[in-house]
Structure formats: C-alpha cells, structure tokens
Design a protein around this ligand. Structure first.
Ligand SMILES: Nc1ncnc2c1ncn2[C@@H]1O[C@H](COP(=O)(O)OP(=O)(O)OP(=O)(O)O)[C@@H](O)[C@H]1O
Ligand SMILES: [Mg+2]
Length: 531
C-alpha cells in the first residue's frame, strides 16, 4: 500500500516538473517570437520609410540607423526574411574578400545565374568593364568608411549583356551584427540607361549635323564674296582672250599671205630666222589651223566659270527673302550648274521646260535652294546610271516644277518622315537632313505646295507648285495675317485657282501616292514641251 502511495507521489511530482518545464519553454518561445516579430516590424517600417526616400536622403537616413543585434539579428549570408521584405530590390551580399554570400531571386534573375552558381564566387564575375579605376576607387573609399555608396553600376549578365543597377552599397554592420561584408540593394535601370545613352547619341548626331549646317551657312556667306573676287579676274581674262583671238587672227592672216606670195625658199629661210628653235612650214600650218580651236575652248571654259560664279552669287545672295518676278527656268538651269559635280557623268538630265513660262513672284535664292536640294537628293538616289527628268508646267496662275528620278525610291515609313528636320538616311557629311524641312518651309512661305510621289525601287517625283503672284496680305479677324499658316501644313492651291487666290483648304504636306495622283497626274511628259 505504502509502495503504491510512494509511486503516486513520485508520478505527481514528475508531472508538476513536466508542466513547469513546458510552461517555461512556452513562455520562452512566446518571448522569442514576440521579439522577432517586433524586430521584423521595426525593420519593415524602416525599409518602407527608406523606400519613400530618394538618393542622398536615403543614404543620410540609412547612416543614422542603429539597428543592432538586439533589435534584429541578421546573420551574414542568411537574409531570408530581409530579402522577402526587399523583393522589389535585387539584393546581394559579399564577404570581406568580395565573394558572394547571398543573392535573392531578383538578383539571380537579372544576372542570369542561379544562387548556387553565384554564392562563393567573387562579385567581379559580373563586371562589365565599363567603369574606370577612379570609379571603383571612389566606391571603395566610401564603403570602407562605413558609409553608403549610391550610384549606377553596369554589370554583365550570363548572356554577356549589360544590365544597369541603381544601387545602394554599404557595410552589413550598418543593419546587422555582422562585423564584415557588404550588402547591395539595387533596382534594374537598364531600360532607363539605354534611353539615356540613345538620347545622348541622338544629341551627338544632331550636334554634328548642326555644326555641318552652320558650316554650310557660313560657306554660303563667304561664297558670295569669293564669287565676287573670282568675277573680276574672270571678266578681264575673258576680254583679253577675245583680244588675243583677234590679234592672232591678224597675225595668221599675215603668215598665210607670206606663205602664199613668197618664194618657198625665201619663206623657209625667213622661218629659220624668226624662230630660235627652228620651225618648219608644216608646223606653222598646224598652228594656223589649231589656234582658233584653242581660243574657242578657252572662251567656253571662261564662260562656264562666269555662269557658275553668277549662279553662286544668286544662290548666296543676302536679303534673298525679297519677292521679285523670277524666271523659274533660269533658276532650274542655275541649280543644275551648281549640282554639276553631284550629277556625275552617268546621270542623264532630261529637260522639258515649257516655252514662255510666266515669271513667278518669289525669293529667287530661296527657290534655287529648294531646287538644288531636290536635284542633289535625286542624284544621291541614283546608284550608277540613271535619269533625272525636270519639267515645268503652267496652269491657271500656278507654275509647277516636276523633278523625277529613277533612283532607289522611298518606302512608305521613310516617306512620312522626310520633311522632318534632321531626318536623313545619309551618312554624316553627306546629308544633314535639313534640306527638305527647309524646302517645305520656303514653299509654304511662298503659298505653294510640295508633294512627293515615290515607291521603293521605282524612283521618286517631287512636285512643286507656286502661285505666279503672291496673295495680298490681309489681316484676319483674329489679328493674324492670312498668309501665316501652320508650318506643318501647306496651303493647297491645286494649281487651278486664279492668280492671287489661294485655296483656304489646308492639306498635309506629305501625300501618299494615291492622294497625290488625284491632284497631280504622274510625269509622263505628255503635257510638256521640250525646250
Ligand atoms: N529623290 C529621293 N530619292 C530617295 N530618297 C530621297 C529622295 N529625296 C529625299 N530622300 C530621302 O529623304 C531624306 C531627307 O532629305 P533631305 O534633303 O531633307 O536631307 P538630306 O538630303 O539627307 O540632307 P541635306 O540636309 O544635305 O539635304 C534623305 O536622307 C533621303 O533618305
Ligand atoms: Mg538633301
């Protein structure tokens, strides 16, 4: 009985102990859970707070953090909970030797490597080689002073592609009880960087084009002066060569007479005396036959120089915005002269100029500029042999100039951009992309239209339509003059209004082929007479 009672008390005691230990363990577990929960909450709140801050503010705030082992015990290389909070970031940690100790999903995704492939390997396995030695020196200087480094880092992923990170890098000791190692919190900014790089490249291209167009502008200004300088000597060379021709003609007359009237022996003796290097009678005959050809060729060359100089002067003339009655056929001829170098010998020019084309009230140098650009564009579009057909037409107060080439043509997508400033498909130095944009503005200022018909592989035709007389400027009720139009649009005179009248309709400056054909029949030459 006493044995039974003794056993009962022992059991009772053991149960009490067990209960007591269970209670203590439970309390301990609850304490640890509450502590961790509070620490996590605390950290989440901070991270949330940091995320709302930017750049420097973020860095400053982070420096003030005193998160220690007691508030959140993050072990180096075990950022499970933290990385869940920071899922939006690419997170990685490294040991003091630069070996990767942790990488979250986002970091693995960006780098293209798995965790297993990253951990243990040095971080510079992702190096892009883009950053300079100074960049890295500055980076290490900051983080070694227990500060936060913030900046853009270019890394290279597994596929050898660059990916950009907007990164905060700082010692782990700033947010944990780790005594060494670093953490990197980063977001992917590859797209943004690519845009910045693209914009930078575009800017560089525009700058170089601007420089080129400035160069062309100053060349235009000085060419007027050069033309003037060339004009003077050319003028007296031209007079002198005419006189030389006349003198030679007289001397040739004497020589021919001597040969005819003199005794041949006396003639030969005479020739022997007059020339130190003996000249025989055949040579004299040759000279007498040949010199008129030489004089004629020289005169023709001088005439060509004169024409080019005059065309250049007209083209570069200042105050070219004065509207005066102008012979458009002469403008076309001048532009062809100036474009001679671009036209090469392989390009045939088919001129179909209307007889008695009425003068057009316009700024001659501006219209020449438009024609020159379209002719040069046509020449550039022809690879090898080809033809540029240039024709003029008159229709009810409007003059139409058609310039058609059988070159490469323009596809639809390009056609919609060719009038945009700086749009070019040519290499730097060959084209600035300003030609058609400026041409369009000039034609609009003249109350005309410029159209393009083109098909890839089938050549291009530009059609310029200009009113013979400019409309009188009348202020509208809104105070704007009726001649002021949106530079994106050109008035559509359709070439059949009476002179001085401009259609109130505005049409888009770029027509597609079908639309344009409604207004302007294609160039078949049937309505042209050749001059
Ligand atoms: N006749 C044509 N045939 C084919 N493409 C053409 C023709 N005319 C113009 N283009 C296209 O239109 C683009 C823009 O022409 P635009 O005259 O404005 O500039 P550009 O000739 O490139 O340079 P620049 O400022 O020296 O004139 C050209 O780069 C070319 O792609
Ligand atoms: Mg051009």
């Amino acid at each position: 009985m006493s044995d039974t009672l003794g056993s009962f008390f022992v059991l009772e005691q053991a149960r009490d102990y067990l209960l007591f230990f269970s209670m203590v363990t439970l309390l301990l577990v609850i304490y640890v859970l509450i502590r961790n929960y509070r620490a996590t909450k605390n950290f989440e709140a901070r991270i949330e707070h940091f995320s709302s801050l930017t750049n420097d503010t973020f860095a400053r705030e982070l420096n003030r953090v005193e998160t220690s082992a007691s508030s959140y015990n993050v072990k180096e290389g075990s950022f499970g909970a933290l990385s869940r909070i920071l899922d939006a970031y690419a997170v990685s940690t490294t040991g003091p030797d630069g070996a990767i100790t942790y990488a979250n999903e986002e970091f693995c995704k960006l780098s293209g490597y798995s965790k297993a492939e990253l951990i243990g390997r040095r971080h510079n396995m992702l190096s892009s080689g883009i950053h300079s030695a100074e960049f890295w020196q500055n980076f290490w200087n900051i983080i070694k002073k227990d500060k936060v480094w913030h900046g853009q880092i270019a890394n290279m992923n597994r596929r050898a592609e660059i990916f950009w990170l907007d990164a905060f890098v700082f010692p782990l000791s700033l947010i944990s009880n780790a005594t060494n190692g670093y953490i990197c919190l980063a977001s992917d900014t590859t797209k943004l960087q690519e845009e910045v790089i693209n914009k930078g490249q575009q800017l560089e291209q525009v700058e170089s084009m601007l420089m080129q167009s400035e160069k062309m502008a100053s060349l235009g200004t000085i060419s007027a002066g050069i033309a003037h300088e060339i004009n003077n000597p050319v003028a007296f060379i031209s007079t002198d060569i005419r006189n030389i021709g006349e003198y030679l003609e007289s001397l040739a007359g004497i020589a021919r007479l001597m040969k005819k009237d003199w005794d041949p022996t006396k003639y030969e003796q005479f020739l022997g005396k007059v020339n130190v290097d003996h000249i025989d009678p055949e040579e004299v005959d040759y000279i007498l036959d040949d010199y008129p050809r030489l004089i004629e060729e020289t005169s023709e060359g001088i005439q060509r120089i004169k024409t080019i100089v005059q065309d250049l002067k007209a083209f570069a003339r200042k105050g070219g915005d004065e509207f005066l009655p102008t012979d458009i056929t002469r403008c076309i001829r001048s532009s062809l002269n100036l474009a001679r170098n671009e036209l090469k010998y392989s390009i045939r020019i088919d001129k179909r100029f209307l007889d008695s084309l009425p003068s057009v009230e316009c700024a001659e140098s501006e219209i020449s500029q438009v024609l020159l650009n379209i002719i040069v564009n046509a020449a550039h579009a022809i690879d090898g042999e080809g033809t540029i057909a240039i024709g003029t037409e008159y229709d009810n107060g409007f003059v139409r100039v058609r310039i058609k080439d059988d070159g490469c043509g323009i596809d639809e997508a390009t056609r919609s951009q060719i009038f945009e400033p700086f749009f070019t498909t040519k290499s730097v130095g060959r084209g600035t992309g300003l030609g058609l944009s400026i041409s369009h503005d000039i034609i609009v200022r003249h109350h005309g239209t410029i159209e393009v018909l083109s098909e890839l592989g089938n050549g291009t035709e530009f059609i310029i339509c200009l009113p013979v007389q400019q409309p009188a400027t009348q202020p509208d009720s809104d105070g704007l003059s009726s001649t002021e139009v949106d530079t994106m649009m050109a008035p559509a005179p359709k070439c059949q209004k009476k002179s001085g009248q401009v259609s109130p309709h505005l049409v888009k400056r770029v027509y597609d082929s079908q639309q344009s054909q409604k207004h302007t029949p294609p160039l078949d030459g049937s309505q042209w007479r050749t001059r």
